[in-house]
Design a protein around this ligand. Structure first.
Ligand SMILES: [Zn+2]
Length: 72
């Protein structure tokens, strides 16, 4: 298995958290990134595409749009 950050080799590790049962996860031997099925599930549920805030060429700045186009 390869690390998603650096393509390094992943090693199986047992991850522990206080008061929680141990979980089998993966640790990258090159960059040290750690992951487990819970972390991957959280990433998948929060990876929404970022909305670009870039202004399109020719578009009015937001402060002028309000005065020119009126309030919508
Ligand atoms: Zn890595």
């Amino acid at each position: 298995m390869q690390c998603l950050r650096c393509q390094g080799l992943l090693s199986a590790v047992q991850m522990r958290d206080l008061g929680q049962p141990p979980v089998l996860g993966w640790r990258c031997l090159l960059c040290g990134a750690m992951t487990d099925p819970g972390i991957e599930a959280n990433k998948a549920s929060h990876n929404l595409p970022a909305q670009s805030r870039a202004r399109l060429p020719g578009a009015l700045p937001a402060r002028l749009k309000k005065t020119v186009c009126g309030k919508q």
